[in-house]
Design a protein around this ligand. Sequence first.
Ligand code: XIL
Length: 312
Amino acid sequence: MRTLRDAAADADVHVGAAVDVDALRTDTDYRQTLAREFDAVTAENAMKWGPLADGERGYDFADADDVVEFADRHDMYVRGHALVWHRMYPEWVRPWTRSAADADRLLRNHIYTVAGRYRGRVDAWDVVNEAVADDGGLRETQWLDALGPEYVDRAFEYAADVSDADLFYNDYGADGLSAKADEVYDLVSDLVARGAPIDGVGLQLHVFDDLVPPADVAANVERLTDLGLDVHVTELDVGIGEAVADREAQAEYYHDVVAAAVDAGADTVVTWGVDDGQSWLPPLGHGEAPLLFDEEFARKPAHGAVVDALSE
Ligand code: XIL
């Protein structure tokens, strides 16, 4: 059976996985599966502000460096995730009482520090993650509060100052055709129209309640690529439960959604984890066994389905 990596190379796309640093350090099967099957990685948590800088003492890049070094050693594409997000940031960043000047300095310093460090080694950055609120408009965050909607533009500009990576806006619930997908589309078209240095849009594609129709994903990818933007599927997983009944249905959906996205022009597909044992979804009650490998790193039907989708 072909590896995902072989199929991706033939299809001229990247296929990646979110990486858990503890598993990377301690589990040989995990490392071997990752290197054999995938040609792209995203740090699942290690490049988020909180994990990077939890105390006041500054940044600790040990975990993030390990992910990037593994990727270098195995010739993998690196997605950096995520520079600006409303979750998982240090307590000391939390206060909403900052002046605009202070907030701006903090945002710029963070982006310069992190994106600057990995210049030339991170290929794509999720610059702004999940900025659109579920009920419309921009989500209330300290950045919106202090700087207004322009904080999004500034984040992209700061990233462009120090990084040569492709710069992405990334979100969930905006994968197919929905009110939120329209909001994301409007946000990124405005950025493009203003000449902001945005290169792409990430569709997270976490699937656990409803199946997003693959045809809708294709339509969304098409309208985004029509703006001149690159599209990546950034956090794909499909929980068994509400969304799909069993491994066979899971495989079928993986096949159809990957084929739809790639045919429509998405050129990178990242699953949110390597194996079912590491996935974030089951502990949240969002479905079981959502990935392409089981806890023993055996290939599931979904693995073959993705290989097929990339081989057609
Ligand atoms: C998740 C991680 O998988 C978990 O380990 C962590 O506890 C919380 O964050 N959208 C994103 C990702 O952009 O960063 C999130 O990752 C999942 C939802």
